[in-house]
Design a protein around this ligand. Structure first.
Ligand code: SAJ
Length: 445
């Protein structure tokens, strides 16, 4: 009964501070997840401290300079100017925060195993300053069990009791970079608490800025929900990618098939094939689940198979380029290739894990000479440490290329002009679907 007696008093005290906005919020990891969350919390009146190892990001926050596309520049500047939002690389002030949200990366190691070192490093900082009355909420996508088997273990070294002294939850981020319709505020938020008091406090915390909070039975359920969501996408993208491979052999357009299938008014959901799968979620998160499943003597074959198929797509693009050049009596070696779009998906500036980089690396190893244009990516550094720069899109550049390859279908490009000027267009994203004229020189994935 002691546990229950203690936690309602402490839980209600923290909830009161949350509701009256006197609770101080700390967001660790102010990237594409943490910064939108920090701004939303500041906008409703919380004092918010952003923590990051990256001094450049912290300086940008201090100057009120936005670096995340989905955050409104003016709102960020206002929150910083009013003193509601600040940034720091010094974790020693974490003790002043009543609610700490962890939004750090969860990458894979070179051999595709979970790397939760960022989470562990943050936990080892938080535990130094952990005190009664704090809520800690993990948002980084990770395998089921991380919150209770890893994070709780580290925080308990403080001697404080979870659910009694401090509160611990998992609430997956559901950020769709570039999605103007679904934002941090109106995307339903799943929350799992280590104890009922933890769930109660965490739900109250998120309800202050998110329209619909969905409590679930445990942190494991919340962790599993998120990796399932991304596995769902990875598997369905792989399915349409495999259909693209088969349609190529059948000599039919996979795009015609998918357009026709999409006319079914129920029981189908549109996914599109492409040059591969990029970003910091879909290519990575399912492998967190596959790794954990092996601990329970299970091989989640859908995930492994989806990975295999999605990884082959850059090589399939290479095959299409070779065949298309060959049809024009050209070799890949010394071919002038002009790439349109290097971001990992349309209308965003993020090129991390982008399949375009893989395609360009493969083609260059085949001896092609490559330039690119991307209105959102002025430059990037490839895996060999070489810097690439976007070159201006012009009729001359399009005419000079032996092949123009659309790897990211940014909306701002005039694809009719591309098709009109280029002698060969390889379209891996169906970007030219509305172009009627000159399609004889367009090769579709
Ligand atoms: N892709 C395809 N075909 C498709 C859809 C996507 O080839 O039909 C490719 C994209 O071009 C991209 C990659 O897959 O390279 C991932 O795209 P994505 O939009 O599925 O993934 P993210 O990482 O931009 O954002 C996703 C969220 N996306 C959506 O729900 C639409 C969601 O899964 C997560 O909330 C988010 O990752 C996250 O942070 O986990």
């Amino acid at each position: 009964m002691k546990l229950l007696e203690a936690s309602p008093i402490r839980a209600s005290a923290l909830k009161k501070k949350i509701v009256d906005r006197t609770a101080v919020v700390g967001v660790v990891g102010i990237g594409y997840v943490g910064l939108p969350l920090a701004v939303e919390k500041a906008k409703v009146g919380f004092d918010v401290h952003g923590y990051d190892r990256n001094p450049i990001r912290v300086d940008q926050i201090k100057q009120g300079l936005n670096y995340i596309r989905d955050v409104d520049d003016r709102e960020l500047a206002e929150m910083v100017e009013s003193g509601k939002l600040s940034g720091s690389t010094d974790f020693s002030s974490l003790g002043r925060c009543d609610c700490i949200v962890i939004c750090v990366p969860t990458p894979l190691t070179a051999n595709k195993e979970p790397d939760i070192s960022y989470i562990k490093n943050v936990a080892n900082e938080i535990v130094k300053y952990l005190r009664p009355g704090q809520l800690i909420s993990l948002e980084s996508t990770t395998y089921p069990g991380t919150t209770e088997e890893v994070l709780l273990k580290i925080l308990s070294q403080s001697g404080l009791k979870v659910g009694e002294d401090f509160f611990l939850s998992f609430s997956p981020e559901r950020v769709d970079p570039g999605n103007a319709r679904y934002t941090t505020k109106n995307t339903n938020k799943v929350v799992g608490g280590v104890t009922s008091a933890c769930l109660d406090v965490a739900t109250c915390f998120y309800q202050q800025t998110i329209l619909n909070v969905v409590p679930v039975a445990s942190p494991k359920v919340a962790e599993m929900t998120k990796v399932f969501e991304n596995t769902f996408r990875a598997v369905n993208i792989a399915l349409v990618n495999e259909m693209a491979l088969l349609c190529d052999r059948l000599g039919i357009s996979v795009w015609d098939v998918l357009d026709a299938a999409a006319t079914k008014p129920f029981g189908i959901m549109r996914f599109d094939p492409g040059p591969g799968v990029g970003g910091h979620c879909i290519p990575l998160d399912p492998f967190y689940l596959a790794w954990k499943a092996r601990e329970y003597d299970m091989n989640v074959r859908f995930i492994e198979l989806a990975g295999e198929i999605n990884w082959t797509m850059p090589y399939f693009v290479r095959e299409k380029v070779i065949r298309a050049l060959n049809a024009q009596g050209k070799a890949m070696k010394n071919a002038e290739i002009f790439v349109l779009g290097v971001a990992y998906k349309k209308d965003i500036e993020d090129w991390r894990e982008s399949p375009a980089l893989k395609v360009m690396d493969i083609l260059r190893k085949d001896g092609a000479r490559i330039d690119y244009y991307d209105p959102h990516v002025p430059s990037f550094t490839d895996e060999h440490g070489e810097m690439w720069h976007s070159i201006p899109l012009s009729k001359e550049v399009l005419e000079r290329a032996d092949a123009v390859i659309v790897l990211t279908d940014h909306s701002s490009l005039d694809y009719a002009r591309v098709v009109e000027s280029a002698r060969l267009v390889i379209d891996t994203r169906n970007a030219t679907k509305d172009v009627r004229e000159g399609r004889t020189n367009v090769v579709m994935l």
